[in-house]
Design a protein around this ligand. Structure first.
Ligand code: F0G
Length: 355
C-alpha cells in the first residue's frame, strides 16, 4: 500500500506552492469518508461523513496550515501569528514548531476548549489570552501583522494560502466517491471552510474531475448566526465555542458559495447541536466536538422540515475531534450511572445484571 504523503505532495499542482517548495507536513489529509447507516436510513439518501478530526492536530485546520506555514518558511519568516477559537491555534503551533518558526496565538480569554489550550501550550506557542471575543482577536492579529514582521496564518489572510490547502478536502471527497455529491453540509464560523470547499468543487469540475458541483448547506450556531441574520452579532454566544464568531471574515465568499450552488445557510440552536453530537457518538461511533456536529444537526432539522429529497448523495464534514472539548461533552450527558465493583467476576456480573 502507498503511504499518504500529506496534502502538499498529494495535490501540489493544485496549490499555490512551487514545484520545489519544501512541505512542512504532519501527513495531514487523507481522512476517512465513512458511510452513515443511521442518517442514510432516516433520510433515504446515501449519507457520508468526512471525518476531519482524524487530522494530526485533530481538526481540518491542518490542511491549510501545511500550505501557509510551508510558504511562510520558504519566504524566510521567523514568526507566524493567528487569532483563534482554538483549533487554528493548535494547528499553527504544531506546524510552526515543525518548521522552526515561533508561533504566536491570540485566543479569547477563558473561551477556548481545554484540549485546544493544552495543544497550544505543549507545542510551545506564545499564548496570548485576549480580553474579548474571536472577532476582537482577529482585528488585533491583523493590526500586529501590519506593523511587525510577523506572518498572519488565518484563513482571513488575503494571500489565500490557508483556503487553498483546505480545498483539498473537496478534492478528496470527489476522489473517494468518484464524483461530487449532490449536497455538502458543514459548519460555518469565520466562513473560511465553506469558501474553500466551494473553490475545490468548482476547480475540480472545471478540470473535468467531477461532472457536477454540490449544493452547499452551511450551518451557524443560533447564538452566533450573523450570516443568517444578515448583520454582525456583537456578543456571539454558543456552546460550540469553535464557531463563536460574530463577524465572519469570509462572509461575502460564504454567501457566494450558498447562492452560486443553490444552497442555504441556517442557524441551529445549541440543544440540537449537543443532541447531534451525542447521537453521532452513540449511533455511529464518531466522536466530534460540538461545532463539528452542526452539519449533522442541520441535516436532521432540514429533514424534519421536508427539505431533504431522498435518493441524494450527501456528504457532511465533521470538522474537529471530540477529545478537544471533553468538558462540554460530559456536561451535556448529565448524571452518568456509575458501576463500581471489586475485581471479582460474580460482583461484576451482578452489577451488570448479567444473570
Ligand atoms: N468547526 C471547527 C471545529 C472549527 O474550529 C471551526 C473554526 C469551524 C468549524 C468553522 O470553520 O471558520 O472556516 O467557517 N475555527 C476557527 C479557529 C475559527 O480559530 O479554530 P470556518
Amino acid at each position: 500500500a502507498r503511504l499518504w504523503r500529506g496534502v502538499i505532495e498529494e495535490y501540489r499542482e493544485w496549490l499555490p506552492v512551487g514545484p520545489t517548495t519544501p512541505a512542512v507536513t504532519l501527513r495531514e489529509g487523507g481522512t476517512p469518508l465513512v458511510p452513515s447507516a443511521w442518517l442514510s436510513q432516516l433520510t433515504g439518501c446515501e449519507v457520508w461523513i468526512k471525518v476531519e478530526g482524524d487530522n494530526p492536530t485533530g481538526s481540518f485546520k491542518d490542511r491549510g496550515m501545511t500550505v501557509a506555514v510551508s510558504l511562510a518558511a520558504e519566504a524566510g519568516a521567523t514568526m507566524v501569528l493567528c487569532a483563534s477559537t482554538g483549533n487554528t491555534s493548535a494547528s499553527a503551533a504544531a506546524y510552526a514548531v515543525r518548521a522552526g518558526l515561533t508561533p504566536v496565538v491570540l485566543v479569547p480569554e477563558g473561551r477556548i476548549a481545554h484540549g485546544k489550550l493544552a495543544q497550544a501550550i505543549l507545542h510551545g506557542a506564545r499564548l496570548v489570552q485576549v480580553q474579548g471575543n474571536f472577532d476582537d482577536c482577529l482585528t488585533l492579529a491583523r493590526e500586529l501583522c501590519e506593523r511587525y514582521p510577523v506572518v498572519l496564518v488565518n484563513s482571513a489572510n488575503p494571500d489565500g494560502h490557508r483556503l487553498a490547502g483546505q480545498k483539498t478536502a473537496a478534492f478528496e471527497v470527489v476522489d473517494q466517491l468518484g464524483d461530487a455529491p449532490d449536497l455538502h453540509l458543514l459548519p460555518v464560523g469565520n466562513a473560511g471552510n465553506i469558501t474553500a470547499y466551494w473553490a475545490g468543487y468548482r476547480e475540480y469540475a472545471a478540470a473535468g474531475r467531477a461532472t457536477r458541483r454540490p449544493r452547499m448547506w452551511g450551518f451557524q450556531a443560533a447564538g452566533a448566526a450573523p450570516i443568517v441574520q444578515g448583520k454582525p452579532v456583537a456578543e456571539p454566544e454558543t456552546v460550540a465555542t469553535a464557531i463563536r464568531v460574530g463577524n465572519p471574515a469570509r462572509w461575502t465568499e460564504a454567501v457566494a458559495a450558498r447562492d452560486e450552488s443553490g444552497g442555504r445557510i441556517d442557524a441551529i440552536p445549541d440543544e440540537e447541536i449537543l443532541r447531534a453530537q451525542a447521537d453521532l457518538a452513540a449511533k455511529e461511533g464518531i466522536f466530534v466536538e460540538p461545532a463539528s456536529a452542526v452539519g449533522v444537526a442541520g441535516l436532521l432539522r432540514n429533514h424534519r422540515a421536508g427539505l431533504v429529497d431522498p435518493g441524494q448523495v450527501v456528504v457532511i464534514t465533521v470538522t474537529g475531534h471530540g477529545l478537544k472539548d471533553v468538558d462540554t461533552a460530559l456536561a451535556g450527558v448529565g448524571e452518568v450511572t456509575k458501576l463500581v465493583v471489586p475485581p471479582d467476576p460474580l460482583a461484576a456480573a451482578r452489577a451488570l445484571e448479567l444473570d
